[in-house]
Design a protein around this ligand. Structure first.
Ligand SMILES: C[S@@+](CC[C@H](N)C(=O)[O-])C[C@H]1O[C@@H](n2cnc3c(N)ncnc32)[C@H](O)[C@@H]1O
Length: 269
């Protein structure tokens, strides 16, 4: 087990990223053929991005970042995994899109991005659970925003993160969860490559409650403009049903709970 969370998580993601670059989940061929990975509710909540600068924190292999570029945003993606950033750079070239991809830890983002500020900081869908300190994260998000700029966050709902594979039983903390090492003795791959046998089997994560996220954002001096909860997700959880739009929902007849949430917060300007 690797004791240092940054080292363990980077090793895990460095192994995961190449699997994701070649797998069906991220389907990079489909992306190159024009697929848009932005969830349908996002453009309406964020507003027009054409011509605006957008910094995507924890951008992974760049599919969401470049989807915003297709909508006219001038994008910069940041992630601490070298293979993820390499894939994102190739994807930008292959899709003929302008994008800047930077390899750095999210906590070093303001320095790694040379003190630049952005109209939009975008992040989410499996990003926040990897971070041990949200107050510090929210502070650096505020530093990355120009006066009047917005944070737009779209995340997997903490309820979903707490559920067992049956979609009904809460088996993990959904509030005040510890940031801790998770060991996978079965080496059962990743959410996007479940069949892969992983060499790195330790990852440090925690679930963040909605109140903890909102408190961090307000604590950084940002003004909350929107908090949404959605009945759809792009994550193929086993108890959900895939719709014709490619998104997953709770099956008809079962009680509904939110699968995703979104938050928009603005820096004073
Ligand atoms: C689940 S992925 C995000 C996926 C993204 N929303 C997408 O769909 O493409 C999480 C990403 O966070 C990155 N990450 C985790 N901890 C990080 C950290 N401390 N600094 C920078 N990137 C980090 C990982 O390398 C990985 O690419």
């Amino acid at each position: 087990m690797i004791e240092d969370w940054q080292q363990a998580n980077r090793a895990w993601w460095d192994e995961a990223a190449p699997l994701h670059a070649t797998g069906d989940f991220y389907d990079l061929k489909g992306f190159l053929a024009g697929r848009d990975d932005i969830r349908p509710f996002e453009p309406g909540e964020l507003g027009p991005v054409d011509g605006l600068t957008l910094c995507h924190l924890q951008c992974h292999i760049g599919t969401d970042t470049l989807s915003w570029a297709r909508r006219g945003a001038r994008v910069t993606g940041l992630d601490f995994s070298d293979p993820a950033i390499e894939t994102a750079r190739h994807l930008a070239v292959d899709s003929g899109l302008e994008a800047d991809f930077v390899c750095a830890d999210v906590y070093d983002a303001p320095t790694a991005l040379g003190g630049r500020t952005f109209d939009i900081v975008y992040t989410g869908i499996g990003a926040l659970t990897w971070l041990p300190d949200l107050a510090r994260w929210a502070g650096l998000v505020a530093d990355l925003l120009r006066p009047g700029g917005v944070l737009y966050l779209v995340e997997v709902h903490p309820t979903v993160n707490g559920l067992d594979g049956d979609g009904k039983t809460i088996v993990e903390d959904t509030i005040a969860a510890p940031f801790r090492a998770w060991e996978d003795p079965d080496r059962t791959g990743t959410y996007a490559a479940p069949e892969a046998e992983m060499v790195n089997t330790t990852a440090y994560e925690r679930n963040w409650a909605l109140s903890e996220v909102v408190t961090a954002v307000l604590g950084a001096g940002l003004h909350l403009e929107l908090l949404g909860e959605q009945e759809v997700t792009n994550v193929p959880l086993p108890w959900l049903e895939r719709g014709p739009d490619g998104l997953y929902r709770i099956k008809p007849g079962s009680p509904r709970y939110p699968l995703t949430y979104s938050l928009r917060a603005r820096k004073s300007g």
